[in-house]
Ligand binder design. Structure first.
Ligand SMILES: Nc1nc2c(c(=O)[nH]1)N[C@H]1C(S)=C(S)[C@@H](COP(=O)(O)OP(=O)(O)OC[C@H]3O[C@@H](n4cnc5c(=O)[nH]c(N)nc54)[C@H](O)[C@@H]3O)O[C@H]1N2
Ligand SMILES: Nc1nc2c(c(=O)[nH]1)N[C@H]1C(S)=C(S)[C@@H](COP(=O)(O)OP(=O)(O)OC[C@H]3O[C@@H](n4cnc5c(=O)[nH]c(N)nc54)[C@H](O)[C@@H]3O)O[C@H]1N2
Ligand code: SF4
Ligand SMILES: [Mo]
Length: 686
């Protein structure tokens, strides 16, 4: 494996992009090769620490299976190398042909978690609009957008900035931050040292739950009932910020009236907790006020009524007055940058973005088409057919629900292009596979919104034959005759300069600030000077937007359709996708040293294992109404996993849990798939 560093030997400070936290890292280079990645002690995000995934980047970029040449699928299904320029020519010809026959909207692009949510994804959005299609898809069809929308509806901005370090009470609603967001965990540790109280709500006792002062183990999918119970208790005991509610909120009376349905006894019956536990949680929230953080994990979004669950949790933040203040959720002020997307100057809403009819909120708030509707569009079951797709930084055959259908749909495309570092399960379905540059092979801007700093990452490494995202989209645009108008920049560096213009900043300044350039001081209580950026200018307990769409204006509770032992055919409740410490979705499984650590397994409570006669490590089949997979049983004590509940992590090609999940069981507002309360059963082989 070749690949040369494009900077001198020594230590290069940049940002890690093995997850969205973007810790400051130092890349160590000797003899033109990266030897190590360590934490940058002068970066405030991680103060010198890094997690194991950062070190894994060295294994990934130099991995022997790394794709280094474009591949084209032959009629017999085998892949053969093809020169990059030929591949781009042929892809351009294929999308032009589809546009001529079916219209531009028959082509879509899809970006995954791996390229992030800013500069890299903006290129893809820009390209597809310039091409004439509104069909931009991403991991946001099942990640984070539901909570973004919920928070926009309640407070007009996304509360991405929990100030954990200064909180007095921290409530984690189904999130395992030690694994999923290590820098958040490090901030929580600071708070704990100062005496903060930590509450973890999770049917499985996780590593972070072991450190909690209060650990609650509710039935999956019942968190909204618990949140309503907490809201009721705060209101009825007067433990809420009356002045904030009176001066800045809308819909409090209706909210308070609905909350009365959730007495501790009702909540206990619904969640499977004791009434005392409900009261203890409410007490801890009340005691911490106003320095309280209620953090919704991805499991809230993956519940069948997830968007509304996040709305109630956000409403508790309002009741606590924990809005835009130290120790609460800070209202971020992003820097003014150039906009690469074309939604303002080239709106294509009239071309029926896929999924918008059914789930308008995802398009209205996030300008995202819906990947849950995409497979039907490809299979000819939508309003029109989509036949060309370019996927970059995603592995939907393993990560989207109902994998069998995803694979079938991708197999029906006239053109599938996949850009990735490896020949993944999704790439294997493609007509063209293009080797992609990793985060160490590109340079881009990133804002740490909660610190209000902006950074420029460094390109450290280069491989012959590899294209970065910008070059790929520009080259394709060039072949299609739209580069002069839409991709005029000669390189990614030129794009970054253009992006910075409105802020009056240049790249040279940023290069001098590897720890991030502070573009503006963090300010608190901004709502005292200007209205909340909601439709009403107020913090909203109710939503007119949803009412107009035919939904209730309050985030009403809907009990989960699936409860343990209620369904005789499928008596267990399957949670999917709890994060592994060392893997990132489907990534890192090809690194031997990491692969040895963990194998695919179904977590099952001892009580259920005994009842079914299952031994630890035994191979079993897990079945749902969508599909079945075989894998080993991992038995956990009942105190660690609620009996009746089982859990399987995602990202394994050999035991793909998304063969079990359903792409039609969707949240009525966000359209997010139910990945946390799936009716399942376990069958023994013998
Ligand atoms: N190492 C690593 N880090 C990651 C990722 C990764 O794959 N690996 N993925 C990244 C991405 S894109 C995301 S979205 C984030 C997610 O980050 P988190 O939101 O922290 O997700 P998890 O770590 O899976 O924790 C979710 C927890 O919710 C619990 N849970 C499941 N169902 C329910 C329920 O109904 N109620 C409650 N209260 N709890 C429930 C699960 O048992 C699990 O422990 O992680 C990010 N960070
Ligand atoms: N059952 C179940 N399924 C889930 C979840 C769950 O909880 N349960 N969680 C869901 C969530 S929250 C998310 S965010 C999705 C994530 O789903 P995806 O976005 O599909 O995530 P990955 O599997 O990590 O796929 C990323 C791919 O990008 C490649 N890659 C890495 N770096 C780069 C790069 O710099 N450029 C390019 N072009 N490619 C790169 C990797 O090799 C990998 O194949 O999974 C979802 N799937
Ligand atoms: S938490 Fe780990 S993977 Fe994420 S940015 Fe920091 S070091 Fe990288
Ligand atoms: Mo995610």
């Amino acid at each position: 494996m070749t690949g040369r560093t494009v900077v001198a030997d020594g230590v290069v400070p940049t940002l890690c992009r093995q997850c969205e936290m973007h810790c400051g890292i130092n890349v160590h280079i000797r003899d033109g090769r990266i030897t190590k990645i360590s934490g940058n002690p002068s970066h405030a995000e991680n103060r010198g620490r890094v997690c194991a995934k950062a070190a894994g980047a060295v294994d990934l970029v130099y991995h022997p299976e790394r794709l280094l040449t474009p591949l084209k699928k032959q009629p017999n299904g085998a892949f053969l190398p093809i020169p990059y320029q030929d591949a781009i020519d042929q892809i351009a010809a294929a999308v032009s042909e589809i546009r001529k026959r079916r219209g531009a909207r028959a082509v879509g692009v899809w970006t995954g978690e791996a390229i992030g949510f800013f500069q890299q994804e903006a290129y893809a959005r820009r390209f597809i609009h310039a091409f004439g299609s509104p069909n931009y898809f991403s991991a946001e069809s099942l990640c984070y957008a539901a909570r973004h929308i919920a928070c926009y509806l309640v407070q007009g901005y996304y509360n991405a900035c929990p100030d954990f370090a200064n909180a007095r009470t921290i409530v984690l609603w189904g999130a395992n931050l030690g694994y999923s967001h290590p820098p958040y965990m490090w901030s929580i540790e600071q708070a704990l040292e100062k005496g903060a109280r930590l509450v973890v709500i999770d049917p499985r006792r996780t590593s972070i739950a072991r450190r909690a002062h209060c650990y609650l183990q509710p039935l999956p999918g019942t968190d909204a009932a618990l949140a309503w119970g907490v809201a009721r208790q705060l209101i009825n005991t007067g433990c809420y910020e009356r002045q904030f509610v009176a001066e800045h909120c809308l819909g409090f009376e209706a909210f308070a009236a609905y909350a009365q349905r959730f007495s501790p006894a009702v909540v206990a019956a619904e969640t499977g907790l004791d009434a005392d536990e409900v009261l203890r949680l409410a007490d801890l929230v009340a005691e911490g006020r106003p320095r309280v953080i209620n953090y919704p994990g991805i499991s809230m979004e993956h519940q069948p009524n997830g968007l509304n669950t996040v709305r109630i949790i956000a409403a508790i933040t309002g009741l606590c007055g924990a809005v835009d203040r130290p120790g609460g959720d800070i209202w971020p002020e992003p820097m003014r940058l150039g906009d690469l997307t074309l939604y303002d100057c080239l709106p294509l809403e009239d071309r029926q973005p896929v999924g918008r009819d059914r789930f308008p909120a995802l398009y209205d708030f996030r300008k995202q088409c819906h990947s849950m509707m995409l497979m039907d569009a490809i299979l000819g079951r939508g309003d029109y057919r989509l036949t060309g797709l370019i996927v970059t930084g995603a592995n939907p055959v393993l990560t989207n629900p109902n994998s069998a259908k995803v694979k079938e749909a991708l197999g029906c495309l006239e053109l599938l292009v996949v850009r990735d570092l490896f020949l993944t399960a999704t790439a294997k379905q493609a007509h063209y596979v293009l080797p992609a540059a990793s985060f160490l092979e590109r340079s881009e801007l990133f804002q740490h919104l909660h610190r209000q700093t902006v950074s420029l990452t460094r390109k450290v490494l280069d491989f012959d034959g590899l294209s970065d995202e910008y070059t790929f989209w520009r080259d394709l645009a060039h072949r299609l005759g739209i580069a002069d108008a839409y991709f005029p920049w000669s390189s990614e560096e030129a794009v970054s300069r253009w992006l910075l213009q409105p802020a009056g900043l240049d790249l040279e300044t940023l290069k001098a600030y590897p720890q991030g350039y502070p573009y503006a001081p963090v300010r608190f209580f901004k709502y005292r000077q200007r209205p909340f950026p909601t439709a009403s200018g107020r913090f909203q307990f109710t939503s007119d937007y949803l009412k107009q769409l035919g939904h209730p204006e309050l985030p009403e509770y809907v009990p989960p359709a699936v409860k343990p032992y209620a369904d005789t055919a499928y008596p267990l409740v399957l949670i999917t996708g709890a994060r592994y410490r060392l893997y990132y979705h489907s990534r890192f499984r090809n690194i031997d040293r990491l692969r040895q650590v963990q194998r695919p397994a179904v977590e099952i409570a001892a009580q259920d294992a005994n009842r079914l006669g299952i031994q630890a490590g035994e191979q079993v089949r897990v079945e749902t109404r969508t599909g079945s997979i075989g894998l080993a049983a991992q038995i956990r004590p009942d105190s660690e996993l609620r009996p009746g509940v089982i859990q399987i992590g995602h990202g394994w090609e050999e035991a793909n849990v998304n063969l079990l999940t359903d792409d039609t069981d969707l949240d009525p507002i966000s359209g997010y798939p139910n990945m946390k309360t799936v009716a399942a059963r376990i069958v023994k082989y013998r």
